[in-house]
Design a protein around this ligand. Structure first.
Ligand code: TMP
Length: 209
């Protein structure tokens, strides 16, 4: 299994970071070259944009365009080169986050968001998206346990419910690409689900222990 693009998605506290690390270790043990990256913040410019996006009070349209700027740079400087080098790219958030947060969460026009995403990605779509789904109260409690909350984490329960519904709509819209993983069980059980999905898709990935 070489040159694959896997994105991980979900609301705050869904467990993406833990599962990304487990997945990277597992694929690495099978001899694959794995790159872990993230949005926002997967490039040098992206790191600056991440600080602005997570800690400044921005207008909704400014926020949308800065996420797009982060993505355009990331696609060009990191994602496309890594895929061309046959790496397996594990990307913590990608276009679905913009649809879920700026579209369903903030209420910006979904067609406009698709257009902005199309400009930013130049058509680069994940081969597989793992949506780690947890109830909002569970996710936010985990996020609060990590310490100081960022702009999004401070949003209302209703906002995060809309974001979660956004992911459900995306799963309905892209059933081949976007797979729901129940994110509430302990991390090792969540990881087993992920291994199962990957082994079923790419036969030469071995089963998870
Ligand atoms: P995280 O790195 O902890 O997941 O935080 C990133 C935050 O950025 C998270 O609250 C979701 C938000 N976000 C958007 O609102 N739109 C986007 O397009 C992306 C990539 C992230």
């Amino acid at each position: 299994m070489t040159g694959r693009f896997i994105s991980l998605e979900g609301i705050e506290g869904a467990g993406k970071t833990t599962q990304t690390r487990l997945l990277a270790d597992w694929l690495g043990q099978q001899g694959h070259a794995v790159l872990i990256t993230q949005e926002p913040g997967g490039t040098r410019l992206g790191q600056s944009l991440r600080q602005l996006l997570l800690h400044q009070n921005l207008s909704q349209r400014t926020e949308l365009l800065l996420y797009a700027a982060d993505r355009a740079t990331h696609v060009q400087e990191v994602l496309k080169p890594a895929l061309q080098q046959q790496q397996i790219v594990l990307c913590d958030r990608y276009t679905d986050s913009t649809v879920a947060y700026q579209g369903y969460g903030r209420g910006l026009d979904l067609t406009l968001i698709d257009q902005v995403n199309a400009i930013a990605t130049e058509g680069l779509t994940p081969d597989l998206t793992l949506w780690l789904d947890v109830p909002v109260t569970v996710g936010l409690a985990r996020a609060q346990g990590r310490g100081v909350l960022d702009q999004m984490e401070r949003e209302s329960l209703a906002f995060h419910e809309r974001v979660r519904r956004g992911y459900q709509h995306l799963a309905d819209r892209y059933p081949e690409r976007l797979v729901r993983i129940a994110g509430e069980p302990p991390p090792e059980q969540v990881f087993k689900q992920i291994c199962g999905v990957i082994a079923a898709r790419w036969a030469h990935a071995s089963e998870c222990r």
